[in-house]
Structures are given as C-alpha cells and as structure tokens.
Design a protein around this ligand. Structure first.
Ligand code: ASP
Ligand code: MG
Length: 472
C-alpha cells in the first residue's frame, strides 16, 4: 500500500515521541508499504510564532530574543534525545541551528519595520514545521531508513497568494508533487514533508490555514494516488460526543466523507475544514489513529461506509464560545437585497457567520458567530446599517450550537421530533434552529449554560453510547 502518514504536533513534542513515531513508520514500511510522512510543528510552536508577531509589532526585542532561544533549545533537546548516531545527530542539530538562525534574522528584519504583513506572517509561521520535519527525517535515518525532508513548497504544493488561508492550485500541484515524490518512493525513500506550508507563483511561502497539516496530507495523497491517508494524533478517532461532556462517548468505526465534513466543522476532532476536499473526488480513505494507542483501529472516513455502521444519528457535538445576533426592522420586509447587504457588509469586515435563519415574515434575521468576531460584527452593523436597513440589533453573548450529525437522518420522519422532544424533557430552551436540505445535520442554538444537558440528552436519546456492530 501507498500511505501518507501525518503526525500532529503532540506526536513529535519530545525526543522519545519522535523515536516512537520513527519506529511506527519503520514498522509499516517493513511490511512493504510506501510511506510519505507529513509533519506538524511541535505542539505550541505555531501559537508561539503567532504571539511573537505581537512582540514584533510592539518592538519588544527581549521577548523575541527569549523566544528564539527557547525554540532552539526545544528542538535541540528533541534531537539529542531522539537520535543516537552521533553523525546523524550532528546533521540534525546543524539543520535546527540553521533554521533558528534564519528565524532570528527574519524577526530582526521585521522588527525594524515594526509591521507584520500577512505575507511575512506566513513566512514566520512556517518555521514551526521547518524545524520539526527535518528532525523526523533524521530520526528515520537513525533507525536505518532512507529519508529526505522538504517543505511543502519544495514538494511542489502551489497555492494562490491568499496568505493565512491559501488555497492549493490542484492541477499544477498534482503534477509537481508526483514528479517530485514518485521517484523517491520508487527508490525506497521516505519523504518527510512539512505540513501547513505551500508556495505561491512568486515563490513566497504561504500557509494554508490553522490545522493545515491534515490538508497537506490529503493534497499529497491525491497527488500521488495514495491508497490511504493516516492522520496520527492523540485521540482514538472521531467520537459520538465530546468525552469531557458525555461519559459513555464512543469512538466511531466508520463515517462517510459527508458526515466527517460536518463533524470537522463542528469540532469533533479539529480538522482543517477543507482537508477532505482533495480526497473526496479520488475517494482515498482517511484513517484517524492514535499514535499512543496503536492497537486501536481508529475511525475510517470513506465514501461509502458499511451497512453495519450506518445509523440515523452518529454524533452530537457542541460549539461553544459563540454568540447570536438578531437584526430586525419593518423596512426589511419585502425589500430584495436586505440579506445580501447585511452579509456583504459583515463579510467585507471579515466577520464569519456560522449559522443563519430568517423567519418568513422577513422582519428579522438571526445569525450565529464566534464570540471573537462579535465586537467587530456589532460595530460593523452599527456603523453601516443601523437606522437604515435595520432598526434594531439584539445580542445574546453566551450561546452554544448543538449539532446532530448523521446521513441516516435523510428522509427519516420524526428525527426532529425526537431531537427537540429529548431536550425539552430536560427543560432546555431552543433559541434558533437550522437544518440544511441535505438533512445531514440538524443544528440548533441553546444558552451556553444548557449546552451539556442538551448534548447528554441527545446522546442518550439516540443510544450513541451503545457499540456499533462490528463487520463480520
Ligand atoms: N502547525 C499548524 C497549526 O498549528 C498546522 C497543523 O498543526 O496542522 O495550525
Ligand atoms: Mg495541529
């Protein structure tokens, strides 16, 4: 089999873990599989790089200096613990020192400018992966495997220039990535590619969005016609609910691409929202597996899950830290373009709307958004539309969105009645409801304080704690 294996930041944050990861790769490659590794930044590094960009804006040279030192130490410690051969260890250490030196230079440069552009920020955040990937590659060499490391840009991932959320240009990317990786795989080499990074047409480094290493893995997989993508993280798989809320939450054996897409958006395991795109048309299955519990088979995401795993409802999740805005006004009734104006104005001010509903009377529109966008959203509405298109803005600052996901809901009568009946029994008030016509998910909004009760009630109502039948 040809497998693309992605290792998340928690799988490579110590020398011992890197050794473990290398061992895993060896185990599967010795079974005759061709393997490409995609590696995330060491846990905390991407966040660290993002927050150091604030120190750059403030001109805080001391914090910058401390950060660079710390980054160097973290990675050199990992190298020392992970790699036993002194020659290979020295190669890995000098690669870390070189990249850290470059990090220091660029930070020095942008602190002089006192400004961090989206372009320089992408270059800056690329250092997390540029430090971790070489270490994994040298750790593979240390246990006798042939390996080479490269950035996503070097591997051939071409993106547009939308820094921070760049999109891969798939046709060119596929050609370039397969051209680069195929010969390596044929010669028994294990390429180690940095997650999260690509390059635009002008050669600038771009990043493809938070959690983007999963996306890198699927981009690479579809480029080289891999048989499977394995996302190694620190959870056993996608779950029926958040185990912190529901005690008998369970790992799902199989889900469809469409279901996984909904679950990813609703935060079951945080996955890049577009990560499934490249493999959906090529139908390459994705396995989510736990690096620290390799006996567990994890969750498989496929085009068509087996009959046994099909259920009406598969998972219940909650998105917290959300707020609800309700805009209203008689002038909205029967006026074409009102909704367009509201959403366009918000979009231009970079407010992302998660959920929308409008009553047929057209006198009000409710929308749900992340709390972090709330201030900007209210300012935008007040400055641009209040008193004109809309008369009133009401806000509920503490709500949670509950999402019930499962493709088996399609065409089945009575699901909504069961959903709302079970939360009503717990005395939970439903504030807003939305269901797409695909009937893949039913989402509703409750006060944040009711969130846990609602999730537990639904998990129980649909017996999600009970194991699915295993395929014979
Ligand atoms: N290091 C990047 C992030 O933290 C990409 C990833 O881990 O998937 O968002
Ligand atoms: Mg990650």
């Amino acid at each position: 089999m040809r497998i693309v294996m992605k290792f998340g930041g928690t799988a490579v944050d110590s020398g011992e873990k890197v050794r473990h990861v290398a061992g895993l790769v060896k185990q599967y490659s010795s079974k005759g599989n061709e393997i490409v590794c995609v590696v995330s930044a060491v846990r905390g590094m991407t966040d660290g790089l993002l927050s150091i960009s604030d120190s750059v804006r403030r001109g805080d040279r001391r914090s910058i200096e401390e950060f660079v030192q710390k980054a160097g130490k973290i990675h050199l410690d990992i190298v020392n613990e992970a790699i036993s051969d002194s020659g290979i260890r020295e190669l890995a250490a000098s690669s870390v020192r070189k990249v850290v030196g470059e990090l220091q230079d660029i930070l020095g440069g942008i602190v002089l400018l006192g400004e961090v552009t989206p372009k320089s920020l992408d270059y800056l955040v690329s250092f997390g992966e540029r430090l971790s990937a070489p270490i994994v590659s040298y750790a593979l060499q240390d246990i006798g495997l042939k390996s080479e490391h490269m950035t996503g840009k070097e591997a051939g991932i071409l993106t547009d220039s939308n820094f921070g959320e760049a999109r891969p240009l798939m046709d060119t990317t596929k050609l370039r990535v397969s051209h680069k990786l195929e010969p390596m795989l044929k010669s028994g080499m294990i390429p180690v590619v940095t997650g999260f990074i690509g390059g635009d047409q002008n050669g600038n480094t771009t990043s493809i969005g938070r959690g983007g290493s999963d996306y890198t893995a699927t981009i690479v997989a579809s480029s080289i016609n891999a048989d499977e993508v394995w996302l190694w993280s620190d959870v056993d798989g996608l779950m029926t609910a958040d185990p912190k809320i529901v005690k008998d939450a369970r790992v799902l054996n199989e889900v469809s691409f469409a279901e996984a897409m909904e679950m990813a958006l609703f935060g079951a395991k945080y996955m890049h929202p577009r990560a499934l795109e490249p493999v959906m048309d090529t139908k390459i299955p994705i396995r989510i597996r736990n690096t620290f519990n390799i006996k567990h088979q994890g969750t498989v995401i496929t085009q068509s899950p087996s009959k046994e795993s099909q259920k009406i409802v598969k998972s219940v999740s909650a998105i917290r830290h959300t707020a609800l805005i309700d805009v209203s006004g008689g002038g909205m009734v029967g006026t074409p373009g009102t909704a367009a104006k509201i959403f366009d104005t918000l979009a231009r001010n970079k407010v992302n709307i998660m959920m929308i509903s409008q009553s047929p009377s057209e006198s009000s529109i409710s929308m749900v958004l992340r709390k972090s966008d709330l201030d900007r959203a209210i300012n935008t509405l007040e400055l641009n539309l209040l008193g004109r298109v809309i008369k009133q803005v009401n806000v509920n600052e503490d709500v949670a969105v509950i999402a019930v996901v499962g493709s088996g809901m399609r065409g089945i009568k009575g699901v909504a009645a069961k959903v709302f009946g079970s939360v009503a029994k717990k005395g939970v008030n439903v504030i807003m409801i939305a269901q797409g016509s695909s009937e893949l998910n039913l989402a509703f909004v409750v006060n944040d304080s009711d969130c846990q009760d609602a999730v537990r009630a639904l998990h129980e109502e649909f017996s999600l704690g009970r194991a699915e039948m295993q395929a014979p």
